[in-house]
Design a protein around this ligand. Structure first.
Ligand code: CP3
Length: 345
């Protein structure tokens, strides 16, 4: 089998054979095989064992025929290596024993040295590059989203503590953003050196900020991150949820691909960011529980909008969840591959 580089070509706005598709959280509990592996290993253990991590990463590629693999890991893995005592509870999320409160706490954080601190993650990437016939996406959490866990101590609905620090202790917030921003650049560069062929920055919870606050408290860090990744030689992707109002700020970032959530139609997203960016998205993952006709109709509408300009990758507006059927995703992947085949621009 030859290497399927449609995903990378779409990231570069080059011609593709079919619309490339992958799914956020494409490895996970909706797969019986994953659940079986989870009976034996915790999430952290899977991330720590290169052979198992590679196997889990490969599962959806084989099962769904998607056009890209995403490294099986978690956004909190490098944070743990920086000295934060984090555990991940399935069905809940990351739990932190020593949340960040002061500049002292920020100074205590180690600067990440990926090859020394996360040799197993780097090894997983190397194994995957040998085995895969589709591109491998590396990833990192973005500073705001990581900071929200580090400050709140776990998942949060309103991010009050995070925002309190942001508004009331700018020196602590600034120090934390700087520290995490450097980590993201270092971590992603190492992933690429080990074999990752694209990188996605997950800023899942950034939509809790207004555009003005985003610009003031987070944008400078994101600007530094993507500027720092400019010469990395692989496409960069930035994704968040509830980002409709932030897209007009995101358009100033030197990033290649913007992940759009399902609330913003892709033509509206393009109006907000301009035609320079490749778009990725944006089926509501909840729709995967709808009857097939509803899924197909929505996928058609999304793909038609996506293909209005060169540079489009099909994905969901957020990650898969355990109730989704493998068969639905197989059918959807096949549909995306077939739908505009032959009429691509
Ligand atoms: O297939 C893939 O997408 C790669 C693996 C991956 C995981 N986490 C594994 C995982 C990726 C890319 C992530 C990113 C991640 N982790 C994000 C950003 C993306 C997003 O979904 O918003 C966030 C916010 C986290 C933090 C996190 N980890 C949460 C909130 C949870 C709990 C959610 C849940 O459904 O249980 C986790 C646990 C986690 N990370 C699981 C997986 C597959 C859950 C399954 C398990 O416990 O086995």
């Amino acid at each position: 089998m030859t290497f399927n580089d449609n995903f990378l070509r779409a990231c570069r706005k080059q011609a593709v054979d079919h619309v490339p598709v992958w799914y956020m959280r494409q490895a996970g509990r909706y797969q019986p095989e994953y659940r079986k592996i989870r009976e034996k290993y915790s999430l952290m253990e899977i991330c720590e064992l290169p052979e198992v991590g590679a196997e889990v990463t490969l599962l959806p590629v084989q099962q769904l025929n998607v056009d890209a693999a995403i490294l099986f890991s978690d956004i909190m893995i490098p944070v743990k290596a920086m000295g934060i005592d984090v555990d991940i509870k399935g069905g809940y999320g990351p739990v932190i024993a020593n949340p960040i409160k002061s500049v002292h706490d920020v100074r205590q954080l180690r600067d990440l040295e990926p090859e020394a601190d996360l040799p197993n993650t780097m090894e997983t990437i190397r194994i995957l590059r040998r085995e895969l016939k589709v591109p491998l996406i590396g990833f990192s959490g973005a500073p705001f989203t990581l900071a929200s866990y580090m400050i709140e101590g776990g998942p949060s609905r309103n991010y009050y503590k995070t925002k309190q620090m942001m508004y009331s202790a700018p020196e602590v917030w600034g120090a934390l953003m700087d520290k995490l921003g450097s980590m993201v650049v270092t971590y992603l560069k190492s992933q690429v050196a080990a074999g990752a062929q694209a990188v996605q920055v997950f800023d899942s919870w950034i939509g809790s900020l207004s555009p003005a606050d985003y610009r003031q408290y987070v944008f400078p860090t994101m600007q530094k991150i993507f500027a720092g990744l400019r010469d990395i030689g692989v496409p960069t992707i930035y994704f968040g949820i509830n980002t409709g109002e932030l897209l007009t700020v995101w358009k100033e970032l030197p990033v290649d691909v913007i992940g759009v959530d399902w609330r913003v139609p892709l033509d509206a997203a393009r109006k907000r960011v301009g035609s320079e960016f490749v778009l990725q998205g944006n089926l509501d993952p909840a729709k995967l529980l709808a009857p097939w006709e509803v899924i197909e109709q929505n996928a058609k509408e999304i793909i038609d909008l996506g293909l209005e300009q060169p540079g489009y990758i099909f994905n969901l507006g957020h990650g898969l969840f355990p109730e989704v059927q493998v068969e639905t995703l197989q059918k959807l992947t096949e549909f995306v591959h077939q739908y505009r085949n032959g009429v691509l621009v």
